[in-house]
Design a protein around this ligand. Structure first.
Ligand SMILES: [Ca+2]
Ligand SMILES: [Ca+2]
Ligand SMILES: [Ca+2]
Ligand SMILES: [Ca+2]
Length: 143
């Protein structure tokens, strides 16, 4: 009986010991903001305060100025530029299809300039996986 109890207790400790599979402290800190990658809600941008206003696991520092992410891939890049270029001069529903700067319903120079200024901006990557962060790349869904 005693042996069986001991075995059960041992089994419990084994399970308890392996239950925590989260990140372990001591990992790299790529952006040097003193928050290790695995815990950093904006891995590639220094943001020591870790402010995350909407609590989606993606820091405010890497979710700003991505209005020109026209194709919705969570970053402003060449594909977005090409969409804007094809729509240049066109009237579109305000804020869509390249009207990402002044959002006045016409794709024009102010929109191009805004895309240019925010080129390369992206949401994430975050080191924290949440419902809104894709586990594979830890990109966050724009809000
Ligand atoms: Ca960091
Ligand atoms: Ca950071
Ligand atoms: Ca956020
Ligand atoms: Ca416009």
């Amino acid at each position: 009986m005693k042996v069986r109890l001991l075995a059960m207790a041992f089994g419990f400790f084994l399970v308890a010991g392996t239950a925590y599979a989260g990140p372990v402290p001591g990992g790299p800190d790529t952006d040097g903001d003193t928050v290790e990658n695995a815990f950093d809600n904006c891995r590639d941008t220094p943001n020591a305060p870790q402010t995350d206003t909407d609590h989606n696991g993606c820091g405010d520092s890497c979710t700003t100025n991505i209005q020109c992410d026209i194709n919705g891939d969570t970053s402003v890049g060449t594909a977005d530029f090409n969409i804007l270029r094809m729509q240049f001069g066109n009237s579109v529903p305000a804020g869509t299809l390249g009207d990402c700067g002044d959002q006045n319903g016409v794709v024009a120079t102010p929109d191009f300039n805004f895309l240019r200024m925010t080129f390369g901006n992206s949401t994430g990557p975050s080191g924290i996986t949440t419902a809104q962060c894709t586990p594979s790349s830890c990109r966050c869904t724009p809000q």
